[in-house]
Design a binder for this molecule. Sequence first.
Ligand SMILES: *Cc1c(COP(=O)(O)O)cnc(C)c1O
Length: 433
Amino acid sequence: MAVQTVAGNTTSSAPAVDLGPAAALSCRECGERFELGPLFACASCFGPLEVAYDLPTGSPEELRKRIEAGPDNIWRYAPLLPVPADVAEKPNINPGFTKLVKADNLARELGVTGGLYVKDDSGNPTHSFKDRVVAIAVEAARAFGFTTLSCSSTGNLAGAVGAAAARAGLRSCVFIPHDLEQGKVVMAAVYGGELVAIEGSYDDVNRFCSELIGDPLGEGWGFVNVNLRPYYGEGSKTLAYEICEQLGWRLPDQIVIPIASGSQLTKIDKGFQELIKLGLVEDRPYKIFGAQAEGCSPVSAAFKAGHDVVRPQKPNTIAKSLAIGNPADGPYVLDIARRTGGAVEDVTDEQVVDAIKLLARTEGIFGETAGGVTLGVTKKLIEAGAIDPTLTTVVLNTGDGLKTLDAVSATSQATATIKPSLDAFRAAGLVAG
Ligand SMILES: *Cc1c(COP(=O)(O)O)cnc(C)c1O
């Protein structure tokens, strides 16, 4: 590819890696730019780094046609992602282009008249949205020559890394808190990589991984959500692209997004902004709402208190995939919710379970606890008048209920257990009247 020249404090030599339109890393805080590499913090101010692009310059119509002619996965958006142009031909789990379900039954139940949609990311290869971020991180790992793929995970990420490493022919070694759901543990282990359970919370696991990166023990390791985090994060932009394309190249008026580290929410906003800048969607206001479980609600607490800083919490909730007590992108989430006129709200574990069952009962979608958090918060914000029921609203279901069976198993069992006879069935009282 052509030699990229980037402004700022980078060396003048051509980048050694081809990550398509990605031009440099830039600091979110001070704007300083760095050459593409496995870096995640600004050398000057320690702010988080993100990918800066040379975005396509052609007409929006040309770009739209090019995207629509692309594969039915996230690589249709390759011109907007830090991946090489021939990415679709490389061994990758190829996630994305999941269903945007028009949820009319749910809309009726919630009194939404402006159009309610569920973006169902349980349809990804390892049944969560994490496949999007990992698919991009794999390409970065390949470009930087890492041979081991790793992560600290609340569960879904470990499975996605295991699967993606298997497909890409890389070694994997992933780290999880020791008390995760059985479905998440098995999904993380079955792909044949190393799975290490740490006696502690996710925040302990994350701290451990940061130490490992700085140690010779972790040399040559690509940690998707630490030293590859700037690339990893970009995968979440594809949710924004897909939702707009599936709505007919239109921004939703309102979107509700679950928050763990807050990365997904901030990158969906980045994706919307890019589509506006490229002229692919009309520039109209949209509101972004963040969803947390009450038992791990540091961002929601800061939002409600009017604070700019997020005070860490010790998580205690059934929504384990969202149980990050010290969310790295928390302050940026607060900025986005406030700038767009959205909000951050939380619900109890009981409301999470009710919302999982509501989604299943009305739309035939079995979401994991994170989906219950997001729909539960949506319902609460509609009732509070913060979400306008007359506008188009998108709710994310980011994971599959089969991985968090315990959340609903007590109340989802056989209606009756009977002998195989018509008399027994009649006696059970289930015959339609
Ligand atoms: C990881 C995860 C999220 C949110 O992740 P962020 O760290 O906020 O980007 C949401 N839902 C599920 C199911 C997840 O596994």
